[in-house]
Ligand binder design. Structure first.
Ligand code: NIG
Ligand code: FE
Length: 391
């Protein structure tokens, strides 16, 4: 069954061979999808016929968002911690233990139900691909079940057993690292595509992070690193050294970190929701972009530092607070996310890509930042199927 999407006032393809500037923009455009993929892109005037038709009514159409960093599998919330922070208390990695306790106490059904609710929330806001991490179980059984839940939502699953040292291992971090890199990884690797480590103040040091990441690589997992969020440190350079797909957060970067990233295989994933919700200063995204480093934008959805699934919100914050242009922010939340997941079948709307698209109730993607907090997602197509119609 083929689909013609026409009446597109402004189409973002993210394919510079197809249209204007970095976003590959086409005006008065149409798309034809076949078998869940984009089969044809061009001027509406010359579009071929198809079995089914959607008229975008002059609206802007963009690739579905690719959220390459979330922690959707958890129980409970930390609203009180957030309120205390807004009253002046600093954020620290220590709060993670509260979510770990709630997650361990939750039933499988509760965990799966809550994660699915958040994934639906993300889809309603235009996210058509989502990465989901474990990291709030921190026992062999709880990490494994977290990944089983994640795998019901996405193929982009990430083992984050090295999130923090859990309370029962207090004072024995190396014993916990041995568990994570051994028995826990053996149990979790079959359900994971990626492994991640929180390499930062209050979490894991470079040697511990390297041990876990190397073991994960030996199990065939791709690598990602939570790096330089809370303080300057070795996370970014470790990520580059190990050829990780992404170094995430990067709030505190030294010149050496930036130099290491230039020309590397590692994307920087910025998480504006985290600085917004922790009250931290924002990273200097201009410095990264001006150095030619690939930047992705993701939500970091988690109950501690960034409890949002909404990429339009993250785009608005990135534009207002991090110095990205609206074009750069949209590219980073679509094509950038795809690069961070090492995918070339998503994050673009050109021939052969998955037909994952968002019809915005707006004439241009600039409205994503210009109209912050306003739900602009009109229709979401995933694999050419209409999955969400808002209004
Ligand atoms: O990405 N930085 C580490 N992990 C999460 C926060 C986890 C939490 O506070 O629960 C993050 O921000
Ligand atoms: Fe995170």
């Amino acid at each position: 069954m083929s689909l013609l999407l026409d009446g597109i006032g402004l189409l973002v393809t993210n394919d510079t061979g197809l249209g204007e500037a970095a976003l590959g923009v086409l005006r008065d455009a149409a798309l034809v999808c076949e078998g869940g993929r984009v089969a044809w892109v061009g001027s509406a005037a010359t579009a071929p016929a198809a079995d089914r038709r959607i008229d975008a009514g002059g609206r802007c159409v963009i690739p579905g968002f690719v959220d390459s960093h979330t922690h959707l599998v958890f129980a409970g919330d930390r609203a009180e911690e957030f309120a205390a922070r807004m009253a002046g208390r600093p954020y620290s990695a220590g709060g993670i233990a509260n979510t770990v306790a709630a997650t361990r106490a939750a039933s499988d059904v509760e965990l799966a139900g809550h994660a699915a609710k958040l994934a639906t929330e993300a889809l309603q806001a235009g996210t058509t691909t989502i990465e989901v991490k474990s990291g709030y179980g921190l026992t062999v059984a709880d990490e494994e079940r977290s990944l089983r839940v994640a795998a019901t939502l996405t193929g982009e699953t990430t083992f984050l057993g090295a999130h923090v040292v859990p309370p029962e291992y207090a004072g024995r971090p190396d014993d916990y690292v041995t568990l994570v890199a051994g028995e826990m990884l053996d149990a979790c690797a079959p359900h994971a595509k990626w492994a991640d480590v929180f390499c930062d103040r209050g979490a894991f040091d470079a040697d511990q992070a390297r041990t876990v990441l190397q073991a994960a690589r030996a199990h065939g997992l791709g690598l990602r690193v939570h790096a330089n969020q809370l303080a300057p440190g070795p996370g970014v350079r470790l990520a580059v050294d190990l050829g990780a797909a992404s170094a995430d957060h990067c709030t505190h970067l030294s010149d050496d970190d930036v130099q290491a990233l230039v020309g590397s295989a590692t994307v920087v994933t910025l998480l504006p929701g985290a600085e917004f919700s922790t009250g931290s200063a924002y990273p200097d995204a201009r410095r990264l972009l001006d150095a030619g480093i690939t930047v992705a934008l993701a939500s970091d959805c988690n109950p501690g530092s960034s409890y949002t699934t909404n990429l339009p919100f993250c785009i608005a914050v990135a534009v207002r607070e991090m110095g990205l242009t609206p074009e750069e922010a949209l590219w980073s939340a679509t094509a950038g996310g795809a690069r961070a997941l090492r995918r070339d079948d998503i994050g673009r709307l050109s021939q052969g890509a998955r037909a994952d698209a968002v019809i915005l109730d707006a004439p241009t993607y600039v409205h994503l930042a210009y109209r912050p907090g306003v739900p602009l997602v009109h229709i979401v197509l995933r694999g050419a199927e209409t999955v969400i119609i808002n209004g």
